[in-house]
Design a protein around this ligand. Structure first.
Ligand code: AMP
Length: 211
């Protein structure tokens, strides 16, 4: 299995790029945020448990997340290529991946983005309630106001994209991020990219790492 991790703050564009690359290059895309929201929509015990953390902008406990990702990766063939988006978010999560040679990431791409841009992107983000596609009121407006271009579903503001929850999410991100960056820098797997650029040029830059 080949695993590439996308690290970056909420709003840094890693989810958009992961979706695009997985379609273009036929790579699996595992977004732990999307997985949890899917569980919540279905009303599973995991979804209900995770929701209390998600709504407050805090992290779901490591043991829950590690089990979720291990189960998901365990269903793939040994030759699979995977982008992990939103996992790991803590050092114990990164250690859990490295604990098995088959799930140790081969490279880690860090999406660098100024904090002022993150806040602007997150507060204006609107997400399709059906398919999860993201738009932005100003930067990526849908063709019809409030309607998803892809599936005609309703666009809503995620509860955790409200300003006070965003602040909490960013605070937690910055508290964990330097530890994670050091973890991957020390093992020479870290690539840092300037994520403050248009979707297409960022896509071209990242594709180089999927040779
Ligand atoms: P995201 O869509 O990636 O921003 O994730 C939304 C929320 O899901 C986060 O704010 C956390 O509450 C939770 N979450 C997603 N991935 C993880 C993770 N790897 N560890 C802990 N919590 C997570």
């Amino acid at each position: 299995m080949t695993i590439v991790v996308f690290l970056g703050a909420p709003g840094s564009g890693k989810g958009t790029q992961a979706k695009k690359l997985s379609e273009e290059l036929s790579i699996k895309h595992f977004s732990t945020g999307d997985m949890l929201r899917h569980h919540l929509k279905k009303g599973t015990p995991l979804g209900v448990k995770a929701n209390a953390f998600i709504e407050r902008g805090t992290l779901v406990p490591d043991e829950v997340m590690i089990e979720l990702i291990e189960n998901s990766l365990g269903q793939l063939s040994s030759g699979a290529k995977v982008i992990l988006d939103g996992f790991p978010r803590t050092v114990p999560q990164s250690e859990a991946l490295d604990a098995k040679p088959s799930t140790a990431p081969s490279s880690v791409i860090y999406f660098k983005m100024p904090e002022s841009v993150l806040i602007e992107r997150l507060t204006g983000r609107r997400t399709c309630q059906n398919c999860g596609e993201s738009f932005h009121l100003e930067f990526i407006p849908p063709k019809k106001t409030g309607i998803c271009d892809k599936c005609n579903g309703p666009l809503v503001q995620r509860k955790d994209d409200m300003e006070d929850v965003i602040k909490k999410r960013l605070e937690i991100f910055y508290s964990q991020n330097s530890l994670l960056l050091n973890f991957y820098k020390n093992s020479r797997r870290l690539v840092e990219i300037d994520a403050h650029q248009p979707v297409e040029s960022l896509n071209t830059e990242i594709k180089r790492y999927f040779g």
